[in-house]
Design a protein around this ligand. Structure first.
Ligand SMILES: [Zn+2]
Length: 322
């Protein structure tokens, strides 16, 4: 079931009904918002053979696309450690994109999670997205639109994907068989991000990381440096777990700063109570400084700097520091 982002779906529907159907689209937004689900929905919409409202979800094309076996809906394969797209892969797409579709009148290439697509591959891609054959469509998904080259972005019609409402998220979770209590717990952490709510309910490690993030917030509020270090290091040596905590912590600080301006504001992070306590204790300048420090630590760890070094420096900053 596709929910939320009605404005985007309406815009896409108008596009397919009118004469100006953009052939290169970008869906961007944080992880878990359903960008790939939306890409599939749009592919179904383009290839659905029903005469009524599209996608019908029942015709052969709709069913094959949903099952991932439609020959004209191609998920371009990721390659390499960073899960980008190799130059060879993109070159193959460019040469195949000009070949007529197998069964219908359109073919759709989906480049998902393009955040690690290197410059070389993007430049190769430029040729084909500048003037794609009339039957070829491209859908890109990414965490942010800044990850792609401006020359590439200028060829795409971008759509920012947002969360659905908490009520919608909760109904989807309950419909999927989760108990109302579990659904409520997940929604209190990840709000209208259904993908993250499901990840939370399915993945004990994510539950543990969310709990550690909340613990870290308490330690920052109470100025318990040793416990803060312990909370950070409990994430384990795995870089991704640390990144996940920093990401959640950054959200809590963003919420804290937003609550300072408007206390009725809707939180986006996993710890509403922590964010309100921080908002009451921190000055705007200090809060922004901390938020920036967390962002810098995240960037450093993403860039392969030693996790221990970064976290130790971050703890010192968050405990007052300079
Ligand atoms: Zn259909």
């Amino acid at each position: 079931m596709l929910c939320g982002n009605k404005n985007v779906r309406d815009a896409l529907s108008r596009m397919t009904e009118g004469k100006r159907l953009a052939q290169c689209l970008l869906f961007y937004g944080e992880k878990g918002l359903g960008k790939k689900t939306l890409a599939l929905w749009f592919a179904q919409k383009l290839l659905c053979t029903d005469s009524g409202s599209k996608p019908c979800g029942i015709c052969k094309n709709c069913r094959n696309i949903a099952a991932g076996v439609h020959p004209d809906v191609i998920w371009v394969q990721h390659t390499g450690k960073l899960q980008g797209f190799s130059a060879e892969t993109v070159r193959n797409v460019c040469s195949e994109a000009i070949i007529a579709p197998n069964s219908g009148d359109k073919k759709i290439y989906i480049f998902s999670d393009c955040d690690n697509m290197d410059v070389r591959s993007q430049n190769i891609l430029l040729k084909v997205i500048e003037e794609p054959p009339a039957f070829t469509h491209f859908i890109f998904t990414a965490g942010s639109r800044q990850t792609l080259l401006p020359t590439v972005i200028s060829r795409l019609v971008p759509f920012g994907i947002s969360q659905c409402t908490e009520q919608e998220a909760s109904s989807v979770l309950i419909e999927r068989g989760y108990s109302p209590e579990n659904a409520a717990e997940a929604v209190s952490c990840f709000h209208g991000n259904i993908g993250m709510c499901i990840a939370y309910l399915e993945d004990e490690n994510l539950q543990r990381l969310a709990a550690l993030t909340k613990e870290a917030v308490r330690c920052i509020i109470d100025k318990r440096e040793y416990d803060l270090m312990r909370a950070f290091f409990s994430a384990g040596s795995d870089r991704n777990s640390t990144l996940s905590i920093l990401n959640m912590l950054e959200c809590v600080f963003r919420d804290a700063m937003a609550l300072k301006i408007d206390s009725s504001l809707h939180c986006t992070g996993c710890d509403y109570e922590g964010a309100s306590a921080l908002s009451a204790r921190l000055s705007a300048a200090k809060g922004q400084h901390y938020h920036k420090c967390i962002g810098k630590a995240y960037a450093a760890i993403s860039a392969n700097v030693n996790v221990q070094l970064v976290l130790t420096a971050l703890c010192a900053e968050l405990m007052g520091g300079k």
